[in-house]
Design a protein around this ligand. Structure first.
Ligand SMILES: [Zn+2]
Length: 244
């Protein structure tokens, strides 16, 4: 990847990936910056700041912590912007955009190839190949094991999660954004562990943790006993930027 890539942590499941002259934005929702200034470094998209990029904006599903209609207003300031939306996002936002159902493949721009997987919650996960770099954003596709749910519910979840991840086997992923939700307590890394053992990625970022950074310590502890977790990049603040 050789210094071509910058990853900005925005908030929750929101990340921006800068690659050559492209900017990919995933699951943007919190439009209020950390502090006064609006910029990638404070965790928000300010259209003026990114107007010269070939911009691709992805929304994995309609939940308010993954989708904010404000993203569609960016096209007023960014001439080369395209949207890739999950099919469950309200229809009024569909016209002119790429809308994806699970199992679909799309080519929204030159050199960009997107495959949609079925989430175990709502909407889709995205596998994106762009300028030769492969990026996976899980959305809410996760092994949502909850101790309070009946055994049958958890078994069904596990089967559905594994069936989707199966489709990624053999894919060489450069950067993966994986759901690691601290509310799942001792099961918070269940999905990530399965992904690491069956698919893997050179670099992995955690997501879906709101303001609860305790998940970073959980990941660090896991690294000591499971070397596969070494691919995880700890995130310590909104707007943090990582270069590869
Ligand atoms: Zn979610």
């Amino acid at each position: 990847m050789n210094g071509r890539i910058k990853v900005h942590y925005l908030y929750h499941s929101g990340y921006a990936v800068q690659l050559d002259n492209r900017l990919l934005v995933f699951d943007y929702y919190l439009d209020k910056p950390e502090g006064e200034v609006r910029s990638l470094n404070t965790g928000v998209i300010e259209p003026e700041e990114i107007k010269d990029f070939d911009t691709l904006v992805f929304s994995s599903h309609r939940h308010q912590d993954h989708f904010n209609p404000v993203i569609l207003s960016w096209r007023e300031n960014i001439p080369r912007i395209k949207y890739i939306l999950s099919w469950d996002i309200p229809r009024k936002y569909h016209p002119g955009n790429t809308v994806m159902k699970p199992g679909m493949r799309a080519f929204p721009d030159e050199g960009v190839n997107v495959f949609a997987l079925k989430s175990t919650d709502e909407g889709v996960a995205f596998l994106v190949e762009v300028n030769g770099v492969v990026i996976y954003h899980a959305g809410d596709l996760n092994w949502w094991h909850w101790d309070g749910e009946p055994k049958a519910w958890n078994n069904d979840m596990a089967a559905r999660f594994k069936r989707e991840i199966e489709q990624l086997k053999g894919v060489k992923i450069d950067i993966a954004f994986l759901t690691t939700d601290p509310r799942q307590e001792s099961n918070a890394l269940l999905g990530a562990e399965y992904f690491i053992e069956h698919v893997g990625a050179k670099i992995i970022f955690p997501m879906h943790f709101l303001d609860d950074y305790s998940i970073m310590r959980t990941i660090e502890e896991k690294k000591a006993i499971h070397p596969g977790f070494g691919a995880f990049q700890p995130v310590t603040r909104r707007g943090a930027c990582f270069e590869f």
